[in-house]
Write a protein that binds this ligand. Structure first.
Ligand SMILES: [Zn+2]
Length: 134
């Protein structure tokens, strides 16, 4: 859900049976939201699974070189400082929107992609946590 500390957030988080995974983006403006959200969730005594960066980088279509759109690297430092797992960074994969626009489920048809592998790795992390049945 979008960042926030509203009554709705409080209601949902208090009735949550599980852990929270923060999905954020690498630029500093989202860093501020993330800190605010982490403080909020910690006050509610909800477990935090970790933090992932979405849209962290993209790949050049010609040479496959990784291009970081933001040079901010504050999430990893923050997670180290407050002892929160920084789980992974997801790339911007333009193919996902191409598939979605055509109504084709990307995850079913691009299991050879790095993006698919990233989602699989995240799934393994989540399912490997204590309290989650596999
Ligand atoms: Zn290139």
């Amino acid at each position: 859900m979008p960042p926030g500390t509203s009554e709705l957030h409080q209601e949902l988080f208090c009735n949550l049976n599980g852990e929270i995974l923060f999905v954020t983006t690498p630029q500093n403006v989202s860093y501020v939201d993330l800190i605010r959200s982490i403080d909020f969730v910690k006050r509610l005594d909800v477990k935090i699974l970790g933090v992932i960066d979405n849209f962290a980088y993209l790949r050049c279509e010609s040479c496959n070189k990784t291009i970081k759109l933001y040079t901010d690297n504050t999430k990893i430092d923050l997670c180290d400082k407050i002892n929160l797992p920084y789980l992974m960074a997801f790339e911007i994969d333009a193919e996902i929107s191409k598939y979605a626009s055509q109504g084709i489920p990307y995850m079913s048809f691009r299991q050879d992609s790095e993006t698919f592998q990233s989602y699989l790795n995240l799934s393994d992390i989540v399912m490997g946590r204590e309290g989650y049945a596999s």
